[in-house]
Ligand binder design. Structure first.
Ligand SMILES: Nc1nc2c(c(=O)[nH]1)N[C@H]1C(S)=C(S)[C@@H](COP(=O)(O)O)O[C@H]1N2
Ligand SMILES: [Mo]
Length: 553
């Protein structure tokens, strides 16, 4: 601290009365220190805001706040925990977070004051605290090296704010006399009050704007992170009910087990993901409910516990995206566990004239599904909670989504679903319909060659040409392969799980040396064969024969 107190306010702005009323602006030297401390606090806010933002993308648990908090919980000796729990009971976590907040605030003020008086010591403090947080984050269970990135990004931005803020402060007030640095000391009023006012305003604008920005970004990101973490925790703790109506076992012979051929049931980790969500919604089942309303006799709301208490059904269903190009991979097959949508509708009792169910996601996405399809007795349309024996992965709609065999995802498969509104196609239109896609989207029959891959080189002799074909809810009758301009030859079909799933096929090709073109086409159980005409994905799905080139030597 300075030994000579400043007797005038260097800003030229009248100071607030001090503790000793003198009738003049009070002698004060606190303002520069407060301003320097404020720079430290703003820098800490910026650090945390950026860290939370990056943690949204990397992993919610990589947030330095959470990581350091968890590290403290792990390190604190048992007796301290006992004392804290004895004193504060279940508020122990709140007490911990408050203690951390006080510590962070104190360190922030200290870093601001030091950076102003004795640069770069403020930066050093921020760096050391950051290093502790990096260690905390990267040693969490399940952590990867990437978990350092939120803290690192935060500290980089924090240091920039700290340095720039301190510079602005020096331009306004000068550096501390102790620093002996250049610039005006707080004791020496600037010769030009106008200059001082300008640099003061610059300082205030910078710190103020940064503080507001950091608070908005930080609070928003923290809330989203907390929601994601809550959803994750709830998902891990969840025990799915067993199915009252289990799916029949996958028949032996459904999977040909050919290298490179898509497995008949797609593992969750490999299942394609399509949605409009920038940040996967974190929905805590405890606060989730499904509202069924609209043109119904009896609207109702279903809570999570009520849903799980209902008799659950399993179904293996192949889900496809309307944006899947011929030969594309926006398709997957999974075992879903859920409650039949038709039962929900039966309970709500749709009114005469209604023909559409508009399902809505927590993130605003909507899909419009024909009411009659959802009411069909022999179609396993589910409000699904499980996927391949696990709770729905968060990115596939946890805690609940719709799955409707035979319809593209954009008109049926709403993830993070929160309501079903019974309405009419003439009254309502859904998310993608408003963007030029068809109101109705039945899945078109398609077939795909998985092996060999396009432009592969293979050896002459017997080559297994294999892939999948689908005609959801109708079923595949046959698959044919054509080599160059030869005739269509029937491939061997694996045993289908059901008409609602894709089926594998294989064709043993006697490959001769040279370049060849392979094509595939499927015929559904109604006798409809895929046409040659190529149709783009917009507005209701691609058509055409998947064609690949291979070179045989
Ligand atoms: N909430 C929400 N649900 C959604 C979507 C979306 O953007 N938001 N996309 C739909 C589309 S276009 C498809 S193809 C499927 C994809 O489901 P998946 O990501 O589980 O494979 O989800 C559907 N459900
Ligand atoms: Mo889609």
């Amino acid at each position: 601290m300075s030994t000579r107190a400043p007797h005038t306010d260097s800003t030229g702005v009248p100071a607030a009365p001090g503790p000793v009323a003198t009738g003049r602006p009070a002698p004060r030297r606190s303002r520069p220190v407060i301003a320097a401390g404020a720079v430290g606090v703003v820098s800490a806010l910026a650090t945390l805001a950026i860290a939370e933002l990056v943690a949204l993308v990397v992993a919610p648990a990589a947030s330095p706040l959470l990581a350091v908090g968890s590290l403290v919980i792990d390190l604190v000796p048992g007796w301290v925990k006992d004392v804290v729990i004895a004193l504060f009971g279940t508020n122990d976590k709140v007490v911990l977070l408050l203690c951390l907040a006080v510590l962070v605030a104190a360190l922030a003020v200290l870093s601001g004051v030091l950076e102003w008086r004795r640069p770069p010591w403020g930066t050093v403090i921020l760096g050391v605290v950051g290093a502790v947080a990096v260690v905390a984050a990267t040693t969490r269970s399940g952590a990867t090296g990437m978990w350092a990135s939120p803290t690192v990004a935060g500290v980089v931005v924090g240091v920039l704010v700290l340095r720039f803020g301190s510079e602005r402060l020096r331009a306004w007030i000068g550096s501390s006399p102790i620093s002996g640095g250049a610039g005006r000391s707080p004791e020496t009023p600037d010769p030009s009050l106008a200059d001082t006012a300008v640099s003061r305003r610059r300082f205030l604008v910078f710190t103020g704007a940064t503080a507001v920005g950091a608070l908005l970004v930080g609070v928003g990101a923290r809330v989203a992170n907390a929601a994601a973490a809550a959803a994750d925790t709830a998902r891990r703790a969840l025990k799915l009910p067993t199915a009252a109506t289990p799916a029949p076992a996958v028949p032996t012979g459904a999977d040909l087990g050919i290298d490179g051929l898509s497995p008949v049931v797609t593992p969750n980790a490999d299942f394609y993901r399509i949605d409009t969500a920038l940040q996967v919604p974190g929905v805590d089942p405890a606060s989730w409910s499904l509202r069924v309303f609209g043109e119904v006799e009896e609207e109702f709301e279903l809570t999570w516990d009520e849903l799980l208490a209902l008799p659950m059904q399993e179904a293996t269903v192949t889900l496809a995206c309307v944006s899947n190009e011929v030969g594309g991979d926006l398709i997957g097959n999974a075992l879903w566990l859920g409650y039949p949508i038709r039962e929900l509708l039966a309970r709500a009792k749709p009114r005469e004239g209604a023909d559409m169910v508009m399902s809505r996601s927590i993130d605003g996405f909507t899909a419009g599904t024909p009411l009659s399809v959802l009411q069909e007795e022999d179609r396993d349309s589910l409000l699904a909670v499980g996927m391949n024996g696990e709770p729905l992965p968060v990115e596939h709609g946890f805690p609940a989504r719709l799955v409707v065999p035979g319809l593209y995802g954009y008109v049926s498969a709403t993830k993070w679903v929160t309501s079903l509104e019974v309405t009419r196609f003439s009254e309502a239109s859904a998310y993608w319909t408003d963007r030029g896609w068809s109101a109705e989207g039945p899945v078109k029959t398609q077939s795909r060659i998985d092996v060999p891959t396009n432009r592969a080189r293979v050896s002459a002799g017997t080559v297994a040409v294999a892939g999948v074909a689908w005609a959801q809810h109708t079923g595949i009758d046959r698959v044919e392969v054509r080599v160059d301009d030869g005739g269509w030859v029937e491939a061997r079909l694996a045993t289908a799980i059901s008409a609602d799933t894709w089926v594998q096929w294989v064709f043993e090709w006697e490959a001769t040396a040279g370049d060849h073109t392979l094509q595939v086409r499927a015929t559904d159980a109604d006798g409809e064969t895929q046409g040659e005409r190529e149709v783009a994905v917009v507005p209701n799905g691609a058509e055409g024969w998947h064609t690949i080139d291979v070179s045989v030597s």
